[in-house]
Design a protein around this ligand. Structure first.
Ligand SMILES: NC(=O)c1ccc[n+]([C@@H]2O[C@H](COP(=O)([O-])OP(=O)(O)OC[C@H]3O[C@@H](n4cnc5c(N)ncnc54)[C@H](O)[C@@H]3O)[C@@H](O)[C@H]2O)c1
Ligand SMILES: [Zn+2]
Ligand SMILES: [Zn+2]
Length: 388
């Protein structure tokens, strides 16, 4: 978690820090935004959301682009900020635009941008790192302590008409890929990062706890990476049925009353892992303590565990099993080098179908209703259209 925060730039979140050459930004073939409004869906305090007209962001660097937002998916973290006004150390102290899972079309580009032009359809990577710190320079920019991430205070999110971002955080959608699909690239990139952390290789066996959007996409990426067996675990039967039809090869429903060790052992027996001594890889995408524990217990000796779910800050963890099985235990946070690019390619090439996860679409003015639906656990992924 960031110890320091970068100064929030005017109007919008993650614009590039100007380099020495950034004295004049200029724009290429920029259609005018004069007289246009920039409506935004803003959280002012817990449970209090509404619409505000925000300043249209200026391009702060010649490498920035202005994106007209077309679709935004809602994620659990947006709902959490809406309900509680904070997540861990991140507290909403000033009105903040929500949303970070967006696609859009390029409206205008800075004078040094040659790779994108107005009209291009893009997926927006919503976190811009400082590019200078030790994690950034070691290739792990997702761990940058100065990350400016959309809809993480004090940075505004993408539920707005215009959003500015450095060009290299916009990924052009390949021919045939829709802007709706582009909005689902964000959670898919989370899943790509998790599966890379787990180092899933062809022929491996994986158990994925949680069949929400993130768990489902993790199953899909495991499959794309060649896993031979993918067991989806949840308490919710409907979600499990969907997971098995979508990307998992099997399912396991945890039973109330079983200890995590019993769950893990049952899973090994019922899902055919006995001869292998357990699964090669277990991933938690629930954040729930019983799942974390059961995941450790269903792994084979020398297996790999990745924590993707974010639940309580601390939990009871089967440390002895992790030690004596000599497990590789890893965290996973957002996405880093190459993850967004691969996520776009997986969708563009047809290897992963994200359309099936989109269970609802609403207009910009119905954003609050969409938040209610996500909170109530309706459907899988709901998209909000950009303002007209
Ligand atoms: N690491 C990261 O960078 C990152 C990024 C995005 C989301 N996340 C986290 O990933 C997790 C999953 O996100 P999501 O959007 O899919 O959430 P979600 O709430 O839609 O899905 C969670 C699933 O876990 C299941 N579950 C909860 N408790 C369970 C239990 N005790 N036993 C079995 N199943 C249980 C639920 O039924 C649900 O289907 C969340 O914790 C979220 O905070 C992490
Ligand atoms: Zn998200
Ligand atoms: Zn950095």
């Amino acid at each position: 978690m960031p110890a320091k925060k970068r100064k929030a730039p005017n109007g919008n979140a993650a614009t590039a820090e100007p380099g020495p050459e950034a004295t004049s930004t200029g724009t290429n073939t920029a259609p005018s935004t004069d007289g246009e409004q920039n409506p935004a869906f803003v959280l002012s305090k817990p449970l209090s959301v509404g619409y505000e007209d925000r300043q249209i962001p200026e391009l702060k660097s010649p490498h920035d682009v202005l994106v007209r937002i077309r679709w935004t998916g809602i994620c659990g973290s947006d709902v959490h900020y809406w309900q509680h006004g904070k997540i861990g150390p991140f507290v909403v102290e000033a009105p903040m635009v929500l949303g970070h899972e967006s696609s859009g079309t390029i409206h205008s580009v800075g004078s040094s941008v040659t790779t994108l032009q107005p009209g291009d359809a893009v997926a927006i990577e919503p976190g811009v790192p400082c590019r200078r710190c030790v994690p950034c320079k070691s290739g792990h920019y997702n761990l940058c302590p100065l990350m400016a991430f959309a809809a993480t205070p004090p940075y505004d999110g993408t539920l707005t008409k215009y959003y500015s971002v450095p060009k290299d955080f916009c990924y052009k959608l390949p021919e045939g890929m829709t802007l709706e699909e582009g909005a689902v690239v964000e959670p898919l990139a989370v899943a790509v990062h998790v599966v890379r952390q787990a180092n899933v290789r062809p022929g491996q066996t994986c158990v994925v706890f949680g069949a929400g959007p993130v768990g489902l996409l993790i199953c899909a990426v495991c499959k794309a990476f060649g896993a031979s067996k993918i067991i989806s675990v949840d308490i919710n039967e409907e979600r499990l049925a969907f997971a098995q039809e979508y990307a998992a090869t099997g399912q396991f429903r945890t039973q109330k009353g079983d200890t995590p060790m019993q769950s893990g052992e049952k899973l090994v027996k019922e899902c055919g892992f006995e001869d292998l001594g357990g699964a090669d890889v277990a991933i938690d995408a629930t954040g729930a303590e019983p799942c974390i524990s059961a995941a450790i217990h269903c792994l084979r000796r020398g297996g790999t565990y990745v924590q993707a779910g974010m639940g309580r800050d601390e939990c009871t963890f089967p440390i002895m099993a992790a030690c004596t099985k000599e497990l590789d235990v890893k965290g996973s946070f957002r996405y880093g080098s190459g993850d967004y690019k691969l996520a776009v390619e997986l969708v563009g090439s047809g290897k992963i179908d994200v359309k099936r996860l989109v269970t609802g679409k609403v207009g910009f003015k119905e954003a609050e209703k969409a938040f209610e639906d996500v909170k109530a656990g309706k459907g899988i992924k709901i998209l909000i259209a950009g303002p007209e």
